[in-house]
Structures are given as structure tokens and as C-alpha cells.
Ligand binder design. Structure first.
Ligand code: ADP
Length: 434
């Protein structure tokens, strides 16, 4: 028996399942016909002996031995063998009982058995009918009876075949639905995990914020106090001139990262406001900086002035593009961020000299949960969410990428969007190729 992959409809194993389901019924039917044959030929002990012998051999052979053999070898081969054995036995019974009508009942009955959906089923059935008819007609069978039961067999078989196909089709659809359900469940878990992470980041940032405020104020006071001292020793003077200002600088950086993180990870509703676009681009750069440590970051930021929109969402998009660029670019590569005003629009370019993307990746890029990164590194949500955000702002996001050379994402945002035309994050998502 073939192993089926979990979640994938496998027509061979499906047909086997269907076959097994009717096996009990088939055995019972064969027993009834055999019993009728024995009763009909009671007194003709040769015929009765043949019926009993054939039944005793066929029933366990069909239900136990051949099933066991099919599991060990190939199903198609075993089915051919099953057909040959049944054919020979029916011919023997036919000759013994002078082609009694009850033996003919066996013929269509045999053909009702479901012998898989491989491409040899029909040739097997045809061979079966031809051989039985040839033997029957040459050993004195009634031609009209032979023709009638052969026709019943053909129609019976075609009906069973159709039903089998429908069964497999239905099973395939069920498998597909099950698979989709599993995927949705996985996505729900992932989203839940991400939103918990966001909440955690917000609370960690909040916790860091409190101690940082008194560290800032204490270092600042210390610096002011030392500055007021008239006669400082040389080492203390060095503290006043270099060490403490540098320390304050570091503290300010930590403070701005913490406040960016707090703002960025807050999950509450954000309305449309007028904001300083360049300041938000700098925020995104600060947040993404940790993922860009190994590359040279080039910034060409034109002051584009105020823009109307949801700044937190725009930062989210930029962080995602910058982090992706950093992850795709090896050490020593370049990530270049350019912003400029173009009429009533703002253009942002995030260009990297990284791995680039294959045509296949470009095709699926903006689809939710599409990722080429290993589990734990990528969720495949970044670009689909970014796409939704940019569309909701009335803008466009496009990508140009060449495998092995690098990638450039371009965003065009209206400075003042007409009211959000679209808020969905998916739809007909397509990357604009080179
Ligand atoms: P994630 O980063 O979690 O995989 P994204 O939606 O942000 O999800 O990105 C989807 C896929 O797009 C990534 O897995 C990667 O294959 C590809 N990708 C995105 N940005 C780049 C880039 N700058 N260079 C190469 N591939 C990229």
C-alpha cells in the first residue's frame, strides 16, 4: 500500500480506501451467489464440489492473500492477478455447471468490484470479458445469455467507475479544505504571536523608560554641577569636556530608541495626521539600525516637509523594507535610502546590493505569509501588510530586483491623500518587474 503524504489527496490510496470499503459487501455477495449455485445444483455433486472448492479458494484469496500481496508489491500487478484468477475460476465453474445463469451472475458481479483507478482497469475488464465469453461460447454457453450478462457487466462497471472517481474527487476537495483550514489556524497563531510580541515590546520599552529618565537627569545634573566647579582637576575636567557629554549622547540615543519602540509597538488606533515625513524616516532608520550593522547605509534624505497620513504605519513599512534589505545583503554591501519630493508626492527608494529575488519570489512577494526565510526568521507578513498600508494611503509600492544583484523598493505617497481609497492588505497583489 502506498503511503500518502499528510494533507495531500492521493488517488491511489483513495481508490484503495474505496475498494476496502466495499470488500465486506463483495464477500457477502459472492457467498450468497455460491450458496444459490449449490442449492440450484443440489444432487449434481460434481458441480456442487466445484462451487464449494472455488468459493473456498476464492474468498480468502481475494480478501486476505491478494490484499496482503498488494501491500508488499504493486497494486496494479495484484489487480491483474486477481482478475486472472477470478476469470479462470468462473470459466471452470461455468464448464462444471454448463454455464448456469447463476455463474453468469458472477460476471457482472465481479466487474462491480472496484479494482482501483489506474489506467489498466479498462483493458483488464475488456480482457476479462473477452476471455470469459470466448471460453463460454466454445464450451456450449447460450450466446444470448452471454451477451446479456456481458452488457450488464459493462454498464455496471462504468457506473462503479464513475462513482469511484466522484468519491476520489470528493475526498480530494475535503483534503484541500482541511489543508486550508490548517493554514488559517497556523496564520491565526502567528498573528496572535506577533501581536503579543508587540505588546511585550511596548511594555519592555515602558519599563526601560522610567529608570532611563532618572539616569538622564542625574548625569545631566552631575555635568552641570561639575561645570559650575571652578577648580577642577585634569581628570575631572576631561569628564566634563568629553566623558559626560558622550555619556549623555549615548543616553539620548537609548531614550530615542525606547520612545520609537513605544510609539511603534502601540497597538491603538492611529488617525490621519500631518507629520514631519523626514523625522519619521529617521525614526525608521534608528529602529532598523540593528539589522543594518553589517552593511554601509547611505541616506539621501531631502526635506519633503509635512505629509498627511498615519506616521506609525509609514514607519512600520520603512522598517520592514530596511530590515529586509539588511537581511538580504551580505557584509560590506550597501543599503541606500533616498527620499525626495516629486510634485504632490513623496518618493522613497530602499535599494540594496543583496541577493535579489527570483521571478517566482517576485510573483508572490506581496502575498500574506509568503516567505523564503527559515522558520523563526520570516513570517511573510511584512510586505503584504506594507502593501495594504501604502494602498490605504493612496500610494504605490513597486519592486525591481535582479537575482544576485540587488533589489529596489520604490514607494510613491501622495503628500495629502484623498480619503483612504482602500484599506485591505491583499487583493490583486503584483510586484512590478523590471
Ligand atoms: P519576511 O521578511 O517575513 O519573509 P516579507 O513579506 O517582508 O516577509 O518578505 C517576503 C519575502 O520577500 C522574503 O521572504 C524574501 O524572500 C523577499 N524579500 C523581501 N525583501 C527582499 C530584499 N530586499 N531582497 C531579497 N528578497 C527580499
Amino acid at each position: 500500500m502506498m503511503d500518502s503524504q499528510p494533507g495531500v489527496a492521493d488517488p491511489v490510496s483513495d481508490s484503495e480506501r474505496a475498494q476496502r470499503a466495499i470488500q465486506g459487501l463483495a464477500g457477502m455477495g459472492a457467498a450468497v451467489i455460491n450458496l444459490s449455485l449449490i442449492i440450484a445444483h443440489w444432487g449434481q455433486w460434481n458441480a456442487v464440489l466445484s462451487v464449494v472448492g472455488v468459493a473456498a479458494a476464492l474468498i480468502p484469496l481475494n480478501t486476505l492473500f491478494l490484499e496482503w500481496l498488494a501491500r508488499k508489491t504493486s497494486r496494479a500487478g495484484v489487480e491483474a492477478m486477481r482478475m486472472a484468477i477470478n476469470m479462470v475460476c468462473i470459466c471452470l465453474l461455468g464448464i462444471q455447471t454448463r454455464w448456469s445463469v447463476l455463474v453468469w451472475v458472477f460476471v457482472p458481479y465481479n466487474m462491480l468490484w472496484y479494482f482501483g483507478l489506474d489506467r489498466w482497469v479498462r483493458p483488464r475488464m475488456a480482457l476479462y470479458l473477452v476471455v470469459i465469453n470466448a471460453v463460454a461460447l466454445s464450451t456450449g454457453a447460450e450466446p444470448a445469455t452471454a451477451a446479456a450478462f456481458s452488457l450488464i457487466g459493462i454498464f455496471g462497471y462504468l457506473g462503479t467507475e464513475k462513482r469511484g472517481e466522484l468519491l476520489v474527487q470528493k475526498h480530494g476537495l475535503l483534503e484541500q479544505a482541511h489543508q486550508e483550514l490548517q493554514q488559517l489556524h497556523q496564520r491565526a497563531l502567528e498573528q496572535e504571536r506577533l501581536s503579543s510580541l508587540g505588546l511585550m515590546a511596548a511594555s519592555v520599552a515602558h519599563e526601560i523608560n522610567n529608570p532611563m529618565s532618572y539616569v538622564t537627569s542625574n548625569v545631566d545634573s552631575l555635568l552641570q554641577d561639575l561645570k559650575d566647579e571652578p577648580n577642577l582637576s585634569a581628570p575631572l575636567k576631561e569628564y566634563v569636556d568629553d566623558v559626560l557629554p558622550a555619556t549623555l549622547d549615548g543616553i539620548k540615543r537609548v531614550n530615542s530608541i525606547v520612545s520609537d519602540l513605544r510609539r511603534f509597538s502601540r497597538g491603538d488606533y492611529e488617525g490621519y495626521v500631518s507629520y514631519d515625513f523626514t523625522a519619521e524616516v529617521r525614526t525608521a532608520l534608528r529602529i532598523a539600525r540593528i539589522q543594518l550593522g553589517h552593511v554601509r547605509v547611505e541616506e539621501v534624505l531631502e526635506d519633503v516637509g509635512p505629509v498627511v497620513g498615519r506616521p506609525r504605519q509609514i514607519v512600520q513599512v520603512l522598517v520592514n523594507l530596511l530590515v529586509n534589505a539588511g537581511q538580504a545583503t551580505p557584509s560590506g554591501g550597501v543599503v541606500r535610502l533616498v527620499t525626495r519630493r516629486e510634485g504632490a508626492q513623496v518618493r522613497v527608494e530602499v535599494r540594496d546590493t543583496g541577493s535579489g529575488m527570483s521571478e517566482e519570489t517576485k510573483r508572490h512577494l506581496f502575498e500574506p505569509f509568503f516567505t523564503t526565510k527559515p522558520a523563526g526568521l520570516g513570517t511573510g507578513l511584512g510586505l503584504s501588510v506594507s502593501y495594504g498600508i501604502i494602498r490605504a494611503h493612496g500610494g504605490r509600492i513597486e519592486v525591481e530586483s535582479e537575482l544576485g544583484k540587488g533589489t529596489c523598493f520604490t514607494i510613491d505617497l501622495p503628500k495629502v491623500p484623498t480619503l483612504p481609497p482602500e484599506t485591505s492588505s491583499s487583493g490583486n497583489l503584483r510586484a512590478a518587474g523590471r
